[in-house]
Write a protein of this length. Sequence first.
Lengths: 707, 312
Amino acid sequence: MVSTLALNLSGSLSLHTPLALAGASSPYLPWIVASILIVGGLVAFGFDDVIRLHWRRIWAISSICQTESLRRRVLWVTPLAVIGVMVVAQLSRPGDPQDAIRQTTKFCLFASAMLVTVTAVILACTNLPREIENRVIFTIVTKPTTRLEIVIGKVLGFARVSGLIILIMGVFTLAYLELRTRYMVAQLRTQLAAEPADSPLRPMLQHYVTAGLLGTRSIEWPVDVQVFARPPQGPTRWMAGGQGQYFIVPFELSPADKELLTQAAQKGKVFITTTLFVEQHAPDEEESKAIKDMGLLKPKSSRVLGPALPTTAPAGPQIPPPEVAIRLLDESHRAFSGSADMGVGQIVDMEAPKDPAAESSGHLELSPELVARLVGAGRFYTQVNARTPATEYGASEHPVALYVPGAPLIFPPTDPSNPSHNAAPVFYSFPGRGGMRLTGHADGKGAVAAYRFRNVAVDTGGRDTVSLQMNLTIDRSGDFDARTGSLSEAVVEVINRTTGESSGPLRFSPETSRVSPLDVPVKFVAGGNFDVLLRGLTPGQWLGVQNESVSLVTADRSFVFNLAKSLFILWLLSLLVVIIAVFCSTFLSWPIAVVLTLLILLGHWGVDQLGDALKPGGGRNTALEFQFQDVSQTIIVSKGFDGLASMLRFISAFLPDVTQFPVMEDIERGVSIPPQKVGSSLGAVFCYGLPLLVFSYVILRKKEVAP
Amino acid sequence: MTLTVDTEAVRIEHLSKVYKDFWGRDKVRALDDLSLTIHRGEVFGLLGPNGSGKSTTIKLLLGLIFPTAGSASILGHPAGSTVINERIGFLPEESYLYRFLTGEETLHFYGKLFKIPRKELNRRVPLLLDTVGLNTKDRKRKLREYSKGMARRIGLAQALINNPDLILLDEPTTGLDPIGTREMKDLILSLKQQGKTVLLCSHLLADVQDVCERITILFRGKMQTLGQVRDLLEVKDITQIQTKGMTPAQVDEMRQFLAKMGVSDTVVTHPTTTLEDLFMRIVRERTVNGPATPVGATPGNGHAGNGKPGAP
């Protein structure tokens, strides 16, 4: 499980750390490059053609493309897609009516997207090569038509065909969803009337009947989520031992730091030192079992700094001395070799302080080889795992530092956006199936997930309450017994950071893959800066939490408008597909053009799917899996893999990112698509599509169209 | 005769085209150092066997391919420029048109490419369709249903949609029946009367002879000859006298007279008409005196025809 940690959390880590921010490039760069390519290409190769550009010729050419497609009966595929959607929707087994509607929405949009994309690729890839082959192009280019008008006309023509297909599928989607919704709400009304007054299902049924199943909401997400042992208060943050909790601190070495560490590694010693408050309590049954399983009560030989010191644990059941485990991670969040590749990290005893109220400290000596790697990398992360059960570790502002005897401590770097503050530790727990795991406790004192909402604009529409949407995963059932009908329980507390008011505990019953709405009085979210603290109440149960697990409904929106936005994004995607297809068809025969179009379209996404496998260091891991006896073979495989990975990453940087066209992800969840996402899709078309359109023109202008 | 640039419709100077293979090596020299001038208002014939470079010359003039060497200008502008395409009409050797469009739609489409106003287009399209002999029914049919002859007619109509100054016709009579061929030739002559320049590219020598004033003959990419048709065809050492209504006695008298003059090898025959004239005469007579209801293949009953209503 530990080995997958970095992989699962790498995305959220990069969001939280200032190091990642430092490396970010300007968001305007693609726009600037695209503008230069478009203007430069047109001015250098076709200024005359730009001047001669006339909408009537473009429209005529586009009309021909559309007429040809329609008369080739392209639209006949839409009834097939409609039938397919209806069959799949009827055969699917949704969890509840809301789920059924959302699944149907997904099926409809997926079918539309597939239909439009495949149609656009085939039509646009085959058109130009066919016109050149059967020489119809002779009668076009011998008219006062510029090649720029031909390219734009063809793109526009196939975009019109795509628009037509999307329009038909959109009308079908709306009509079908409306019919299904009416039918289901009628069924829900009947079910509600038959349900006993104390039935736990009544609130949900009532909610669906009242709010309908086609609702769309504007949603605000938290800026981040961290998992603590206690609700965050004051400067100290706590993590619980034995529950997979840990924090991460980023380091960035300055040239002076590197020189100091290099010299210290040659002559003396280098340590990672961690300073934490430690509090221990009598272990409960589960903690006792964990202590036993981990063998923590056995006498130990000396560690880095000698035998463990006595603890401040109270008398009674045996409590092992407090330990942490430390790992050093590279930029890809992989452990540096020599820094405990396997397991949670290198175990470090925490020294008991002379003053019980003071912080304990632990030291990990770094080998000269590891120091050399850290110096070489420059940037790295320190992961400190809370190891000992029945123990809580409190981290203040500077819980970790690099220590060279006789020299000042080296702390994490200052935040580039806020030089007066050092990079603070970020708290996590190990991931389960549905996100970071949150262990449930009946007394409400288990791990707490703290969601920070900042600068949220709330449109209450005159209502007294707003709705929090809880979308959790139950990773391990714990004491929940389905046969008894008891539901799993969790509790939420909303704290307004502007007024300091707390909502107190608000209980609810989370269900996997189902959104649980929770009404909160407006005053606790007024001002837009508030925290949501979430805990599990079912003993032994693990809740899976992610950044998106908690959201706030800020306003109700129209489903039709949301569907229109989704279909518009789909049309923009089809426009990009058409441009890529036309570009490929200007210099390739149509079968090869189809293949290249798909490669360009899916290349970036495909490389993204390979994820961490292509990050630096992946070659080393791959080579190790082969278990070569010969070192040279290991090096060849490692370097070969890394070279291939670099090449793929380089190529994918020039390919469009289809995830910038979020056709389904929001509408499927009943969330209003934010204007930024529509803007992002428009940006992708501008930054990638338009330069490619200019390239197509330049190629066609230089092309002899007579075969 | 001295020519100024204003009287030139086409000027070709040392034009060459070499087709290359994938590796950039010379594969075929399709045209080799061609230089010629076509005057405004003349019908010029480009003759040669298959593969002689006729179509390559036309493609170069239209900018469909680019020259390896040399240059060409049309009506004072570089060949292939979109500006000059406004004043050119082109009929390719086969009717490369959108087969899913009807005849009318085809002309409207090409008219829009010339930015011809809608009103003018609505007036011009039926006129052109009448001119090329496509009847009301045929012009509503899709081009994929057209016979080869009908396709040539609509191809010619699209070439004339912009009322061009220069018309390039590549094998214009291919696929046409004798009536269509005659009509095509008549049309070319009427275009000449309107002051248009026509560049006719064909290997049907009789057609070229009938309509062209000047011709050039290409062979293996090189120009073999250039000049007035009359001059090129004239047999200078033979004199032909034609008269009407001579009796056999008068013919004998004439022979004796010529013998006295010292003229030998005298041949006296009756002139013959051309096969085309004979065919045209029979068809016309049949059309005037034939049954009211046409029999055989007509456009109306789904078979190919010449496009004229009631034509056999």
